[in-house]
Write a protein that binds this ligand. Structure first.
Ligand SMILES: [Zn+2]
Length: 409
C-alpha cells in the first residue's frame, strides 16, 4: 500500500488524498449461489498529480474485468439522457458535420444512443465499443460498430480504412481509460486537420462542490478539470478550445479539443479556468477537505439508517447503479439496513450487489408494497425518478438523499 504513484498523464508524482478502502468491482453483481469468498476486491483511493493537477485513482483495475460481454450499463436507459445525446447529434449535424462526406467516430458508443441519430442522417460513422453485449445492441440498430478498445493502433487502423475523422466523440468514456496517452495519440493521428475531439465526463469541481463522492469508483479512473485537460492535450499536440458545463450525471463538462493552433479557444475556457483557480481545485488541502466531507456524509447516512431500523421502518434502495457500490461499501450498508434495491436492468435483477450483497429486484417489488423510505442511489436522475414514482410519495413514502448532504424529502 503506497500513498504515492506515478501520474498516468505526465509521469509526475501523484499524492493520495482519500482512501475509500476495500471495494468490489462496481458492476460485479453476484448471481444466485455465487461463492462470496471468491469476490474480487481492490483498494479504491484517489490522488492529485503535483505536476499536471490530474486527479486519478491510485490503483488500476484490469480493463477486461470491467468492460466485457456482460457490461450492464445501457446509455439509452434514461429518457433524459436520450434527449441530451440527440440534442448534441443535431448540433453536430449543422456545424462540424455539415461539410462534404463527413466522418464521425464515437469511442465507447455503448448501445448507440448518440451515434444512431448521426447514422440515420446518413453520416459516415463508426462506433468503437469493447463491451460486447452493448456493442451488439448498437449493431442491431444499424450502427457500424467495431468491437474493441480504442488505442493508438486502433486509431491508425481506422485512419487507413476510413480516412481522417471530422469529429471524434466520447461520452463518459475517456475518464474510464488509464492508458489515456495512447488514446490521445490515436485521436491526434485520426483527427482531420480542422476536426474536433469532443468528450464529456464528470467534472471534478462539481464532485468537490457537492461532495458527490459516489462518482468515484473503479470505472472512473480520471477526474478532469480545465487545467488538467489542457496539460493532457498539450502533451499530444492538441489544444482545449471550448468547454461547456452540462447538468447531467451530477455535473459534467463537455471538452472540445482541436489540433494545437487550428482554432482560437473560446473565452469559456479561460473563464472556467479562473473559477477553478478561485476554488483552489488543484490543491491538496482542498481535496483533503473534500475527504473530510465524505466521512461526515458516511457517518450521517449510517446513523440515519440505523435509527430507522431501530424504529422498525421499512427501508429499501432505488437504482442499483455502479456508483452505489462506493456508497454501500464505504458506509457498510448491507441487507441488515436496506431490504432490497430495485432496478430496471434485467441483467442485475435476481443478483446481489457487489461487496454488500443486497438483493436486486425488479421495480414491481417496489410498487407492490411501498416502503417507508427509499434510499435513492440514482440521485443524478432524481427529478425523472421522483416524477415517475409520485405514487410512492402519495403513499406517505420518503426519499433519502445523501448528495450534497444526508436528508429525507
Ligand atoms: Zn500529471
Amino acid at each position: 500500500m503506497s500513498n504515492q504513484s506515478l501520474c498516468r498523464v505526465c509521469g509526475g508524482t501523484v499524492r493520495e488524498f482519500f482512501d475509500f478502502g476495500r471495494q468490489p468491482l462496481s458492476d460485479a453483481f453476484l448471481p444466485p449461489g455465487a461463492d462470496l469468498g471468491e469476490e474480487f476486491f481492490y483498494r479504491l483511493a484517489t490522488g492529485l498529480c503535483e505536476s499536471c493537477t490530474m486527479v486519478q485513482l491510485m490503483e488500476e483495475v484490469p480493463r477486461e474485468r470491467m468492460f466485457h460481454q456482460e457490461y450492464p450499463y445501457h446509455s439509452s436507459g434514461s429518457a433524459y439522457m436520450r434527449g441530451h445525446f440527440e440534442e448534441l447529434a443535431k448540433r453536430l449535424l449543422t456545424t462540424e458535420l455539415a461539410g462534404d462526406d463527413p466522418f464521425v467516430v464515437e469511442v465507447g458508443c455503448n448501445d448507440g444512443v448518440m451515434i444512431k441519430a448521426l447514422a440515420e442522417a446518413g453520416v459516415r460513422h463508426l462506433g468503437v465499443e469493447p463491451s460486447g453485449g452493448v456493442a451488439d445492441l448498437a449493431a442491431a440498430k444499424g450502427i457500424r460498430v467495431r468491437k474493441s478498445f480504442f488505442e493508438e493502433s486502433t486509431a491508425r487502423e481506422i485512419l487507413a480504412a476510413d480516412g481522417p475523422a471530422d469529429v471524434i466523440y466520447a461520452a463518459n468514456t475517456l475518464c474510464h481509460i488509464p492508458y489515456i496517452g495512447s488514446v490521445l495519440s490515436g485521436v491526434s493521428a485520426l483527427l482531420a486537420p480542422t476536426g474536433v475531439f469532443v468528450f464529456e465526463d464528470p467534472y471534478l469541481s462539481d464532485i468537490v462542490e457537492q461532495t458527490s463522492f459516489d462518482q468515484i469508483y473503479d470505472e472512473h479512473f480520471f477526474f478532469f478539470t480545465v487545467r488538467s485537460v489542457q496539460a493532457m492535450a498539450a502533451g499530444h499536440g492538441l489544444e482545449l478550445v471550448d468547454v461547456e458545463r452540462l447538468p447531467v450525471h451530477g455535473g459534467e463538462v463537455r471538452y472540445t479539443l482541436a489540433h494545437a493552433g487550428a482554432r482560437p479557444p473560446s473565452p469559456a475556457v479561460a473563464e472556467l479556468l479562473a473559477e477553478e483557480d478561485a476554488r483552489r481545485l488543484g490543491e491538496l488541502d482542498t481535496l483533503r477537505r473534500f475527504g473530510e466531507n465524505v466521512l461526515s456524509i458516511r457517518d450521517d447516512l449510517t446513523a440515519l439508517l440505523r435509527r430507522l431500523r431501530a424504529e422498525g421502518k421499512r427501508v429499501v434502495a432505488y437504482g442499483a447503479t455502479a456508483k452505489s457500490a462506493t456508497v454501500t461499501n464505504l458506509c457498510g450498508i448491507g441487507p441488515d439496513l436496506v431490504e432490497f434495491v430495485c432496478d430496471t436492468t434485467p441483467a442485475k435483477q435476481g443478483r446481489l450487489t457487489p461487496g454488500t450483497h443486497i438483493p436486486v429486484v425488479p421495480p414491481e417489488e417496489f410498487s407492490r408494497s411501498y416502503p417507508d423510505y427509499a434510499l435513492l442511489f440514482a440521485w443524478n436522475h432524481a427529478a425523472e425518478i421522483m416524477a415517475k414514482e409520485q405514487a410512492f410519495t402519495d403513499s406517505g413514502g420518503q426519499w433519502i438523499l445523501y448528495v450534497p448532504s444526508v436528508r429525507t424529502v
